[in-house]
Ligand binder design. Structure first.
Ligand code: RIB
Length: 317
């Protein structure tokens, strides 16, 4: 493996995806278009994105001792990811996500975490040498908070850059943000963390400014069709416009952004350049159904950027 060394601590889920004309109402039964079983989980998706974009990726996580667990691990291996620390947890089921995707490309997701919650603080401590040999650590919150925070503490103490995507949000101690070099949040997560309702560029700026003041090194606030607000220490914030595409399914767009951004930073790009490249990768993801089935390769992203070269997505703040 070559490219920036990236360790991902996080979740693996088998996604059970139902294509449906619209979201059913409470108590209603409707007919769907199609069903597919697709590998996912925020941690695994971010690992796959980083690997397909050129990172040398190691993943730490837990799956169940079941068929889904074997498939999830095999999918990481197929992308060249070191999955030797994705262990099967005896007596537990793998994480599963039930996902409804409607004709507008919107989704609703229910996750039963299963073995993801078996990842312990001790598991993370055993991986400390791998974390410390990395260029970046990437974490989310679909595993136990204490394990994620331990990984972040190890990385920070060893001078390894931390990319943190606190999704799904859990209550966090504010002082932990000081351990995070790159905080990647959507509007909901930014609103919860900053206690400022993020609805537009102005409120994104306010929230990002507060998150920086709370200690985050840089803030990347992803806003779907509105684009990404990028803010670093000092007065260098920018709104990057979204890359327009035909939306099929937004699942894993955020994860692709996280993985692609991490590779860009690991390759020495600045935050605006890394976020711009990550936006193109995330845009491609929404043009296809599913999580890991939709994450593009580096060649696909480069071809896409070349095809859109005339439409630069960077705008002044
Ligand atoms: O971010 C998308 C992911 O969230 C899905 O793959 C699903 O597994 C849930 O974890």
């Amino acid at each position: 493996m070559s490219g920036p060394r990236i360790t991902v601590v996080g979740s693996l889920n088998m996604d059970l995806v139902f294509r449906t004309p619209r979201m059913p109402l409470a108590g209603e039964t409707i007919s769907g278009h199609a069903f597919r079983q697709i590998p996912g989980g925020k941690g695994a998706n971010q690992a796959v994105a980083a690997a397909r974009l050129g990172g040398a990726v190691t993943m730490l996580g837990r799956v169940g001792d079941d068929a889904f667990g074997r498939q999830l691990r095999d999918c990481l291996l197929a992308d060249g990811i070191d999955a030797s620390q994705v262990l099967a947890q005896a007596g537990m089921a793998s994480g599963v996500a039930g996902i409804l995707v409607d004709d507008a490309g919107s989704n609703s997701i229910v996750v039963t975490p299963g073995a993801n919650m078996a990842l312990t603080l001790e598991d993370v401590e055993a991986l400390a040498p791998t974390i410390l040999a990395s260029d970046l650590l990437v974490c989310q919150l679909e595993t136990r908070l204490c394990a994620v925070m331990r990984a972040i503490e190890i990385a920070k103490r060893g001078g390894v850059k931390v990319v943190f995507n606190p999704a799904p949000m859990q209550p966090l101690r504010a002082d932990w943000l000081a351990l995070v070099d790159y905080l990647i949040v959507n509007e909901t997560e930014a609103s919860q963390l900053s206690e400022i309702a993020v609805v537009d560029r102005a409120t994104a700026r306010q929230a990002a400014t507060k998150l920086l003041a709370m200690g985050a090194g840089s803030v990347l606030l992803t806003m779907g069709g509105q684009g990404v607000f990028v803010a670093g220490q000092g007065d260098n914030s920018r709104m990057l416009a979204a890359v327009p595409v035909e939306v099929v399914d937004t699942t894993a767009a955020g994860d692709t952004f996280v993985g692609a951004f991490s590779v860009g930073i690991g390759q020495g790009l600045g935050i605006v350049e890394a976020a711009t490249a990550a936006q193109y990768a995330a845009a491609l993801t929404v043009t296809k159904l599913g999580a890991q089935t939709s994450i593009p390769t580096r060649a696909e992203v480069e071809q896409f950027i070349a095809s859109r070269a005339a439409r630069a997505p960077v705008e002044a703040a």
